[in-house]
Design a binder for this molecule. Sequence first.
Ligand code: NAD
Length: 346
Amino acid sequence: MMEKQSSSSTNPTNSYPAKKEPLRVGVLGFGGLGQAAARVLAPKQQMLWVAAADQKGYAYDAAGLNPDSCITTYRSQGSLGYLEPAGVLSNQTIQDLINQASVDGYFLALPNLPNTFMASVARQFIEAGWQGVLVDALKRTSAVEQLLELQDELQEAGITYMTGCGATPGLLTAAAALAAQSYAEIHRVEITFGVGIANWEAYRATIREDIAHLPGYNVERAKGMSDAEVEALLEQTNGILKLENMEHADDVMLELAGICSRDRVTVGGIVDTRNPQKPLKTNVQITGRTFEGKISTHTFTLGNETSMAANVCGPAFGYLKAGVSLHQRGIYGLFTAAEVMPHFVN
Ligand code: NAD
């Protein structure tokens, strides 16, 4: 059990917004991102991590979960369901948590395999009559489009759903939306990411979903690959995945936000699955024309020391906090990272 201290009077940043109970947060999916999310939340005063689920079990403790014991249990026994005393084994972990846990908002750190999975999870929340905030770090355009179709249902259900709120889409898309303000017309948004991870097994879904973008592959094929087949592919490429012209939802999100048409947005990058150092600097370049007729490019570059996990989980919880402030004002439905500013979580 993790004790949360009340906001410290010596830290002035905690006095805004007004001191109140921390938000109760759940994390669905406890792989690479889910575990990083637990660590990101641990020092926060304004959020309390109370629930998490993997495919075979879940853990819920209204007083707060301990990241160390959850991660140790998951890694040694394969599921949070074995956690003492808060774990429960189940073959419908998401449904069980929806029914049992008292949670203000969930970060959905789930694989989107098949490509319809996240939309089906959103539907599960709607059908259960659950109300609150959901945040995902979805990547594919077609996956975000499925959620767009649920806009009215989410609104009627009283759910504020923040989609595409990881790094890309997410942090970089939001940076593009901000940078666009200097221009009268946006010509091009070019996202280039570099990801370095020590071993692919720490982020199986991320790597499978990236493989699905390679020539000759698709989501179905990548989903069906055994771990040995993924390893064999990575052996051939020396652990490197080079991705170009990806189907990434940054395009539909910037189009929906009225910034530019989707064909002006490109996303590509390099993933090194054998080295935690980034193979290149992640950046977004926004090119446009100013009101004076000048063509210029803004560049927003992420620090090389920031990991994928830091750049996904930080924004995800920033958007969760923003989502809660919308929800408290009775504003429900679907929002993207390009139309709402994330709030900083202290
Ligand atoms: P992972 O493979 O490491 O872990 C997935 C977790 O989900 C596991 O704990 C697994 O047990 C659980 N899970 C699977 N099916 C489940 C079910 N039906 N019910 C409950 N739990 C279930 O995944 P990861 O590498 O952390 O990636 C998670 C997602 O984040 C992926 O979809 C990936 O594409 C996305 N991602 C987004 C960005 C971004 O910038 N937007 C960056 C990285 C990853």
